[in-house]
Design a protein around this ligand. Structure first.
Ligand code: MN
Ligand code: MN
Length: 423
């Protein structure tokens, strides 16, 4: 196990000051979340005298530790340092303006996540996220309420639709679009962009374009007298309050109806689609370019894990994974080469990260459903199940590697389950 000759699983605070013999011993302070760790490691930890070495007489951020016991006292199977795999929107600066707010978790907050960036935004009823476009593709999941979205195609046709909780939209890079909160209480949504360094503060805003173009040029372009342009905005609007719009039908008719209507569908009902996978452990809904053709660069899974259940040990061959936790409580261990593993706890509004091809599971450690999104910068959602791999190999081959009885090997699920129920 110890290729880097590292001591297994010592609480971080202890490792720093542990030049003594006690610090070098394998230590594990058994907690409720560590109950599934190997009995061998546990026995080793017990012998080392865990009380003394895991003790922590000085400072600690107690609320943070209670939220993340697996980080402060890692399971003894954790090893090495594979970098951060956790961040929370609740730590990100919140930009609040009349009409709503926004905050983001990007590569700046979670440096290994170079593929995807997330933005969580709220718009009150009637309020707009200003007309804009940007360099990244935008995928969005409605977390709450109702919104109206518009997006223009290069051929001049326009897509206008209303979305509700559980619906998604996809706007390709460069395509100009808008989002408006509807009644009764506006909306909240998650945006995911296919660039790690993307910033929601660096988009192309219609207000700024007109503010930074000579009035005589605008007059010529719009065919309007300069006096008619006197009230154009002189700076960004970004998020701002407005009246509620007309009905969808009236808005569609107001711009020219059927003949200017987009033939491409930019919204999709993800939460209400039939599950792609349903087992005793939960449900998964997969949306990618195969069932939502416009989402060419971002693939997504909406996963529900029942209490006690687990998103099985698996990995993705084609991309890193960016997760957003919607509800419940779970823990994930990420396994990376060479022999490193990190376990963290996750709650609603947290972001998880899994390096490309790294193995992982997500276990529901609470008593309510754990709901999260698995996101990939990829056109297709692809994963490998460890169980499925094991069962597609001759039992002798598996027995040689894992020292399992052939009878026991046959008890391992042969097909990919995605979600495995409580044992
Ligand atoms: Mn946008
Ligand atoms: Mn995964």
């Amino acid at each position: 196990m110890s290729k880097q000759n590292e001591k297994p699983a010592v609480a971080d605070g202890l490792r720093r000051g542990s030049s003594s013999g006690a610090g070098r011993a394998a230590v594990y302070k058994a907690g409720s979340t560590g109950s599934s760790t190997s009995s061998r490691s546990r026995a080793k930890a017990g012998k080392a005298g865990l009380g003394l070495t895991a003790s922590d007489p000085r400072q600690g951020n107690r609320p943070l530790r209670r939220e993340n016991p697996n980080s402060n006292t890692p399971p003894p199977t954790d090893h090495g340092d594979l970098g951060p795999i956790w961040y929370s929107f609740d730590l990100a600066h919140k930009r609040i303006q009349p009409g709503g707010w926004t905050h983001q978790v990007t590569q700046r907050e979670l440096p290994p996540s170079t593929d995807l960036t997330g933005v969580n935004m709220r718009l009150t009823a009637g309020s707009f996220r200003e007309l804009h476009w940007h360099t990244a593709d935008e995928w969005a999941y409605m977390l709450y309420g109702n919104a109206r979205v518009t997006v223009l195609n290069p051929d001049g046709t326009i897509f206008i639709d209303d979305v509700s909780e559980g619906d998604i939209w996809y706007f390709p890079a460069g395509f100009p679009h808008s989002i408006q909160g509807l009644g009764p209480d506006g909306c909240e949504f998650l945006l995911v962009f296919d660039q790690g360094m993307f910033s929601e503060d660096k988009t192309f805003l219609i207000s700024e374009w007109v503010a930074h173009t000579p009035p005589s040029v605008l007059s010529k372009n719009f065919g309007l007298d300069e006096s008619a342009l006197a009230k154009l905005p002189t700076g960004e609007l970004y998020i701002f309050p407005a009246d509620l719009p007309n009905s969808l039908e009236l808005d569609r008719a107001a711009v020219g109806g059927q003949k200017v209507q987009s033939s491409i569908q930019y919204t999709f009902k993800m939460q209400s689609m039939p599950p792609t996978k349903k087992t005793a452990g939960g449900e998964a809904r997969v949306v990618d370019s195969r069932n939502f053709p416009v989402s060419r660069n971002i693939a997504a899974g909406l996963v529900t894990v029942k209490p006690g259940g687990i998103r099985e040990l698996h990995w993705h061959p084609n991309a890193s994974e960016w997760q957003f936790y919607i509800a419940g409580k779970g823990r994930m261990t990420v396994f990376d080469s060479v022999g490193s593993a990190r376990t963290m706890d996750f709650h609603a509004n947290d972001v998880g990260y899994v390096p490309a091809v790294a193995g992982h599971y997500v276990e529901n450690t609470g008593d309510t459903d754990l709901v999260f999104l698995e996101m990939f910068k990829a056109s297709e959602f692809l994963d490998f199940s460890l169980n499925n791999w094991i069962r597609r190999l001759p039992p002798e081959m598996v027995a040689s590697h894992l020292n399992l009885d052939e009878d026991d090997i046959k008890k391992i699920p042969a097909e990919k389950q995605s979600l495995i129920g409580k044992k």
